[in-house]
Design a protein around this ligand. Structure first.
Ligand code: NOJ
Ligand code: CA
Length: 703
């Protein structure tokens, strides 16, 4: 393992009032820190001498504390250092990651109470991370956060790509507006979810992407969210100042802390090139190194599932329609009348296993296999699933043996319907059951309001649970893909068995009325900053009424755009989400999904503009093969891409899957053309993308 490590500690004695300065390794970013006349911490950030964050205050308001950690500080110590290390992720967009930053740690004391905090700043070439640290001390041990008051004073009325601030869900379409227009657009930005709670008409979520009038791309997010509540942002629209707004518990408290501890990192990325935001590893680098010793069971997965047919309403998760209420272990399902629409039945699952095996997929996900789906949400039902008891038509043993004989792994599904304690009660037996039947990964889900009532998906209590589920899974050598859990903040570095999250509006919403046509040109700038998304791409039939006549939804994407998602939406877990019969209608296009890799040695972000287009090239790990993806917004576009990332002197066969001339996401989504040509590092390709279209290219070395 290549590992370079430099740590230079410089001890600086400093004086309150004098600004401390920190510069990024490439000198483009400058951060200034000082205390104002009230002893309140203030920081500001510039990029190539342009303001990114104007002077902004820092602090925490504590419950039952007359002083809080807001003011009356004096600087007692500052330390600067430099760090430069290259590390290897277990899986990822690239096989080596450089972690290079300059650091300033400021120790502050409140003389009235004699208590200290440290604010630690890390300045990378692409942005700033900082956090609050609470060292061990006599006068600050247990404390309750009433609110965190971290400000981000924006330097202009930027264009923002935002979703409403919410304590429970991120499953919203993005709205593009000026910062000053957020409150006016807020109502229109809302859509229904089984669990949701907004808190302010100027509240938005992170990762928040912005673009300034003079072309600066700015991104606000957080890294390493653990034992703390999620941060939303609330905007003072008049002054264009964002302030942190944490998620409360059922009683309104925003976090119970015990020193020594730290807050998560607050992150500000900035560049005048949008591709730098996509290429940044800052969020990962601000997380702790991997703690899982044996990572041999952690493997990227390409999978199919008995899933889309339920999401579209073609078939059902539940076994019977005749039981208004069920009790696991007591209800006798062998006496219940089957509804004839239950998809998770042995014969049908075997068809999926056959399909997976024939086309080289690693796994098959099956939802609705276990008892409880008849009354699974909306009833405050705590004992809702036990995660080990199948319906009578799902033969676990037989399916296990059949899958093993076909060299396919089954992927487990644990829907909790927000009954977190119930899941924890059953977790050991549920994971042991997975080990027994050789399930390497679980998709978990948290639909509906959290039980106990009043707790939120993004509060400290639920966040502790989500991590507990991942840590516990590691004890059983299990990989986790959690839906409706808190959005990622780079924890995959520390726990690489966390191979996926949903935590955004995924493909499922294409069957619930549709996503905005430019959705996938925004997600990599927002939700994916924290980590991979189980977006579940690969839909070939855009007219959902063809699957279920009662569902008029339309998938707002061309078929070529669906292919490109396997490259543009990085994930070590990629689903081919459509029905096998739809793939068999377009076997030549399906070939790309079969060929595309899920683990990468290198990634090149060729061009990008949030809301408009993204073009990415990635080199498959352990090969000389590349895959390129382009997703386009609503304006038709022609682009020329240079293949100068290919090895010089080598020849490759490029297979280009592009929108046909008359393709359009609404009127003609399945119009694509496939061309093949020999290419080298000197080749330039001129390609067209339709509205919500794109292209996908496989570039295979000629041997
Ligand atoms: C919501 C998840 O996002 C979806 O993938 C799943 O099928 C349903 N919940 C049922 O668990
Ligand atoms: Ca979901």
């Amino acid at each position: 393992m290549k590992y370079t490590f430099v740590l230079i500690g410089i001890w600086l004695l400093s004086f309150s009032g004098l600004a401390q300065e920190l510069t990024s390794p490439n000198q483009d970013l400058k951060m200034k820190f000082s205390l104002n006349e009230n002893g309140t911490p203030v920081y500001q950030l510039t990029y190539k001498n342009q303001d990114v964050i104007k002077p902004s205050t820092l602090g925490l308001e504590l419950k039952n504390d007359d002083l809080s950690l807001m003011n009356s500080f004096e600087i007692v110590d500052t330390k600067t250092s430099t760090f430069d290390e290259t590390w290897e992720p277990v899986w990822g967009e690239q096989s080596e990651i450089r972690n290079h930053y300059n650091e300033l740690a400021v120790t502050l004391n409140q003389p009235q109470k004699d208590r200290k905090i440290i604010i630690r700043f890390r300045l990378f070439d692409e942005g700033l991370g900082f956090r609050y640290e609470f060292p061990e001390q006599k006068n600050l041990v247990y404390f309750v956060i009433k609110e965190e008051h971290t400000q981000f004073a924006m330097a202009g009325d930027h264009t923002a790509f935002w979703i409403p601030g919410d304590y429970d869900t991120q499953e919203y379409d993005y709205t593009t507006s000026k910062l000053s227009e957020i409150s006016a657009e807020f109502e229109g930005a809302l859509s229904h979810n089984e669990s949701q709670e907004q808190f302010s008409k100027t509240g938005v979520q992170t990762s928040l992407m912005m673009k300034s009038e003079d072309g600066l791309y700015i991104n606000l997010h957080e890294a390493a969210l653990k034992e703390y509540s999620l941060m939303n942002l609330n905007l003072d629209e008049e002054n264009l100042v964002f302030e942190s707004w944490l998620t409360p518990d059922a009683l309104g408290n925003k976090g119970f802390l015990q020193a020594p501890t730290t807050s998560p990192w607050r992150t500000i990325m900035v560049s005048n090139d949008a591709t730098d935001i996509l290429a940044s590893n800052m969020t990962l680098n601000l997380n702790e190194p991997n703690v899982i010793e044996d990572t041999s069971y952690i493997k990227p997965i390409k999978y199919i599932g008995v899933w889309w047919e339920m999401i579209t309403g073609k078939s059902a998760w539940n076994y019977t329609d005749d039981l208004p209420s069920i009790r696991i272990g007591e209800t006798d399902f062998t006496k219940a009348k089957p509804n004839g629409r239950h998809a998770a039945n042995t014969e049908h699952v075997k068809e999926y296993i056959d399909f997976a095996s024939e086309h080289g997929f690693d796994g098959v996900l099956v939802e609705g296999w276990n008892q409880g789906w008849e009354d699974w949400y909306g009833h405050s039902k705590d004992f809702v699933f036990d995660f080990v008891t199948p319906y009578p038509d799902f033969d676990v043993e037989e399916i296990h043996n059949y899958a093993a004989s076909k060299n396919v792994k089954m992927i487990m599904h644990h829907e909790t319907s927000g009954a977190i304690r119930n899941y924890e009660r059953h977790m050991d037996t549920a994971y042991a059951f997975m080990n027994k039947y050789d399930y390497p990964a679980v998709k978990s889900g948290y639909v509906g309001n959290i039980i106990p009532r009043g707790e939120h998906h993004y509060g400290q209590w639920a966040i502790n649970h989500f991590l507990y589920a991942v840590q516990k899974a590691a004890d059983y050598n299990i990989m986790v893909n959690a839906h409706e859990a808190v959005r990622p903040t780079g924890l995959r570095r520390t726990y690489p068995n966390l191979i996926g999250n949903e935590s955004a509006r995924g493909t499922e919403f294409q069957a619930f009325g549709g996503n905005k046509p430019n959705h996938v040109t925004i997600l990599p700038f927002t939700r994916l900053i924290g980590g991979p998304m189980d977006y579940t791409p690969g839909i070939f039939e855009m007219d959902i009424s063809k699957l279920n006549p009662g569902n008029n939804s339309h998938v707002n994407s061309t078929l070529a755009n669906q292919l490109a998602l396997y490259v543009t939406m990085y994930s070590p877990l990629q689903m081919a989400a459509d029905l096998p019969e739809n793939y068999m209608r377009f076997p030549d296009a399906f070939q790309f999904i079969k060929d595309v890799a899920v683990d990468w040695e290198e990634s090149k972000y060729l061009e990008a503009e949030p809301g408009q287009y993204i073009t990415v090239a990635r080199k498959a790990k352990g090969t000389n093969n590349w895959f390129v993806g382009n997703v386009n917004g609503v304006t038709p576009r022609t682009t020329t891409i240079k293949l100068d990332f290919l090895e010089k002197g080598k020849k490759y066969i490029a297979t280009i899957y592009a929108d046909a001339e008359d393709a359009h996401y609404k009127t003609n989504p399945q119009a694509y053309k496939i061309t093949t040509k020999t290419v080298t590092s000197r080749t330039k390709l001129k390609l067209d993308s339709a509205p919500a279209g794109g292209f996908a290219i496989s570039i295979i070395e000629k041997k």
